[in-house]
Design a protein around this ligand. Structure first.
Ligand code: ADQ
Length: 489
């Protein structure tokens, strides 16, 4: 624990995630520059100030030489980050292969990549071996930095094998694991050749958390149906050992967004945007360029809307900001070209000499620019095909207290369970339904918008990232104490 300025010591928290919250770029043999990276987990944990947190993870670069590794370790230490060094082959098999090509699509109900399904099946064993090896490398770094009393919080589908590695080394370590994606129905999970080993590894944790009650229920069902274990109201029991399983819906640091709107630079930006899109309603999509986000489906729904509502053609604009990710995976390259092709076609079809209906940007926006965009938006479109939670919907709501815009939200995003009463829920696969919701949102009266916004704003400002992390960690502490008491009795 850290003691500072006479304040009570803060509990040390080791956050272990595949990626560190920064990306490293090499500037010389022994010099590095670091940049905060975009993504849901980073956004959520940036808001957590209650703990003395250290991050352990991969910096996203291959650093084969010792000089580079030493310099990067020192640079990261200033940001309380500790690197795990993974070589190219491991990254290829573990990260691009098992994590992104197998677990990610499967957990989002997208199945294995169509074209190379057989190849994926063939390379499965070697990729799973690399996955286990990589998880052991993360465990080695955790073990090296662990101090008695620390809480270790493992994150996401990349590290399902980690709780087992950690507990094998030190049974007394407090280990929690949280999944940021959906956990699919047990019928999907059971198709994985490594289904049992993964479940057993996760069950080595003291506390297992999901965004929604449904995901937790799917996990417990997988353990009962595939492993034959007993599900209890608290979790899963295996030979007298209980693993607590519960829902911990994530939130955002809403104050950070609300405060940002008052900064002069952001206000200036808001005024510029208002001037730029004067006379037109602004619709917004902000996503990582990933197949789960349903970007092509969203754009096709917007096309359908323009097709059926000629009145709106020069009175509405869709701004789609899509930050590229996993650019070396062929499926993602294909998605990028597909989106570009559809946007080009629709702009050609409905654009005029002076305006285009869709502005599509393939890049990340800085925080202030993002807040300004959220604030000027009339209708936000979140049409994920599946999404663990979706923080963009929360961020939009936090920035809308003046405008009270409408959120169109996929029923397959975890956020539908928390913001469903305020949003217009849609099935993103049904572009006719989404087009109708766009029409409804653009024509919605002020009173209904106010009522819907109030509901969501209250939720977003009272269920924050900070509260999420505090609840998880305090539940983890309690779980461990309870388990010790049970053993003593
Ligand atoms: P993500 O799939 O990354 O997160 P999401 O929850 O929407 O999805 O978070 C994305 C974050 O990245 C947001 O904070 C957003 O502002 C930022 N972002 C996205 N595109 C951006 C852009 N173009 N420019 C700048 N910033 C951008 C995963 C799961 C989610 C889950 C989170 C947290 O897939 O379902 O909600 O983790 O658990």
């Amino acid at each position: 624990c850290d003691k500072q300025d006479g304040k009570p010591p803060r509990q040390r928290l080791l956050v272990v995630a595949n990626r560190l919250p920064v990306s490293a770029v090499r500037r010389g043999e022994d010099s590095w520059s670091l940049e905060i990276s975009a993504g849901g987990l980073v956004s959520a944990l940036l808001g957590v100030k209650e703990f003395e947190a250290r991050w352990i993870g991969w910096a996203g670069v291959n650093v084969p030489d010792e000089v580079g590794q030493k310099a990067l370790t020192e640079a990261l230490a200033e940001k309380r980050c500790i690197p795990v060094f993974l070589d190219e082959e491991i990254v290829h098999q573990y990260y691009n292969g098992y994590c992104n090509n197998i677990l990610w699509p499967l957990f989002h109900y997208l199945g294995l990549p169509q074209e190379d399904r057989l190849a994926t099946t063939r390379s499965f064993q070697s990729q799973f071996a690399a996955y286990k090896k990589a998880n052991q490398m993360f465990a080695d770094v955790v073990n090296k930095h662990y101090e008695e009393g620390d809480v270790v919080w493992c994150h996401d589908y990349h590290l399902m094998f980690l709780p087992k590695c950690l507990k094998e080394h030190n049974r007394k370590m407090k280990v929690g694991w949280f999944l940021h994606t959906p956990f699919p129905s047990s019928e999907i999970h059971r198709t994985l050749p490594s289904r049992s080993e993964l479940l057993r590894s996760v069950l080595a944790a003291d506390l297992v958390g999901f965004h929604t009650y449904d995901y937790a229920r799917h996990f417990v069902s997988a353990c009962t149906r595939i492993l034959g274990l007993e599900g209890t109201p608290e979790g899963v029991e295996d030979q007298g050992k209980l693993t607590r399983v519960a829902a911990f819906p994530i939130g955002i640091d809403s104050d950070r967004f609300i405060r940002a709107l008052k900064i002069p630079e952001v206000q200036e930006h808001i005024e510029e945007l208002k001037e730029r899109f004067k006379g037109r309603k602004v619709m917004l999509g902000v996503d990582r360029l990933d197949m789960i986000k349903g970007i092509p489906q969203k754009i096709l729904a917007f096309e359908k809307f323009l097709e059926e509502n000629p009145y709106w053609r020069d009175k509405v604009v869709l701004l789609q900001i899509a930050v590229p990710t996993r650019t070396d995976v062929p499926e993602y390259q294909k998605l990028t070209s597909q989106v570009h092709e559809i946007v080009g076609r629709i702009n050609g079809r409905f654009g005029t000499l002076t305006t285009v209906p869709i502005h599509h940007l393939d890049r990340s926006l800085d925080f202030h620019a993002l807040c300004a965009l959220y604030a000027v938006t009339d209708v936000a479109l979140v049409t994920s095909l599946r999404d663990g939670m979706n923080l963009v919907s929360y961020e939009f709501v936090a920035c809308q207290d003046a405008k009270k815009g409408v959120l169109i939200l996929s029923e397959f995003a975890g956020a539908a369970q928390s913001l469903g009463a305020g949003a217009l829920l849609v099935n993103p696969w049904n572009i006719t339904e989404v087009a109708k919701s766009i029409d409804r949102a653009l024509n919605m009266g002020a009173e209904e918008r106010e009522k819907r916004h109030r509901h969501n704003f209250l939720h977003v400002t009272t269920h924050t990232a900070q509260e999420w992390a505090e609840t998880f960690v305090s539940e983890l502490n309690d779980t461990v104490v309870e388990a010790e008491l049970r053993i003593r009795q």
